[in-house]
Design a binder for this molecule. Structure first.
Ligand code: FAD
Ligand code: NAD
Length: 158
């Protein structure tokens, strides 16, 4: 099967957008990711999926910890920056959550220590055990059919 067909199919699954952050030897690294899922309540586990070419892979392999920052609708530029879609280098001021750097003004900052990891195809799945959470009110940034989206109005359908 052709890659484009696979990506088009996966792109039909509307997701939020996160920036994964970690710190190694005092240096902060961030990367935009939409492959994020809640895994278990007891213990509290989440999963992220990091491509084999991403610099983030070795960073988390060594630091053994990461934070998931769920972005708000006004943070599209933040997502573009940490996906390498904006080229000029910018100085970012990070907040802290325990021993991890986190993105300011996110809807959620979730700090994790690596619980297990699994190489699957060209990605590594990191299962993270959640150590701390900070929440804020706001509307989510969304990603659908390869494009950033805003959910115009959150409507309850139940
Ligand atoms: P780089 O490409 O070097 O870094 C990413 C960018 O962040 C660079 O522009 C860098 O300058 C900047 N940056 C990093 N740290 C800092 C810092 N401390 N201060 C300032 N700037 C900094 N890939 C996956 O593997 N899994 C996914 O789930 C995933 N989901 C994605 C979802 C979306 C919506 C998009 C747009 C991309 C996604 N990607 C995903 C692709 C991934 O974001 C890019 O390939 C990314 O460039 C990989 O980052 P890297 O770790 O290789 O580091
Ligand atoms: P796209 O059309 O490539 O993405 C649509 C969907 O396809 C994504 O939401 C994701 O579920 C899937 N996908 C895309 N690339 C993938 C990959 N290398 N491995 C596994 N699944 C993948 O959208 P786009 O705007 O062209 O994406 C921007 C860039 O970000 C591309 O280079 C893309 O490869 C990368 N990206 C990577 C992942 C990932 O590695 N999991 C996820 C999203 C985007």
């Amino acid at each position: 099967m052709d890659d484009r067909m696979f990506r088009n199919a996966m792109g039909k699954f509307a997701t939020g957008v996160t920036v994964i952050t970690t710190e190694l030897d005092g240096e902060v690294h961030g990367m935009t990711a939409n492959a994020f899922m809640s895994v278990s309540l007891n213990p509290k586990l989440v999963v992220i999926s990091i491509g084999e070419k991403a610099k983030m892979l070795n960073k988390i392999n060594e630091s053994k910890k990461f934070a998931v920052n769920i972005l708000a609708d006004e943070q599209k530029e933040v997502s573009m920056m940490f996906a390498g879609q904006i080229k000029e280098k910018r100085d970012i001021e990070f907040d802290r959550l325990g021993d991890l750097p986190v993105i300011k003004d996110s809807l959620a900052n979730i700090s994790c220590k690596v619980y297990s990891q699994h190489v699957e195809g060209d990605h590594t799945l990191f299962i993270g055990e959640v150590t701390d959470i900070v929440l804020r009110d706001g509307e989510p940034l969304a990603f659908y059919e390869g494009k950033y989206r805003e959910i115009a109005k959150l409507v309850d359908v139940n």
